[in-house]
Design a protein around this ligand. Sequence first.
Ligand code: ZN
Length: 130
Amino acid sequence: MNNTNSKVNVFCHCKSIQMELSLSKKIDYIIICNCSICSKTKGSGMICVPIEDLIITKGKESITEYLFNSMGHPHIFCIICGTHTHHRSRSSPEKFCINIACIEGFNFNDYKKIVNFDGINHPKDKIILE
Ligand SMILES: [Zn+2]
């Protein structure tokens, strides 16, 4: 996981959805978000990567999307096991944020740096008063 330009497998619990993630650089931190959906999915950590670095290799038919709030950034779930595999970032729409628990061989204890994202007060939810 610490190698650059390496490929890792990403899958849901039942492995209906299988993806390949190209890591162009070392993962040096994990993001934990406190928003309404992240806190409901066991608070799993995530990493955010360019969209083109994540390729679905199997199970497109097992994918369902959940949209809420701004409705523009789908959260992806497996229709069979319910695993929340990834979502499109609101802050950086050119990125997918991947549930680290879905990355094969990922060991949470290898990562000392945790970045807490205050998603419950997401900057895109702020009303701008002029
Ligand atoms: Zn599944």
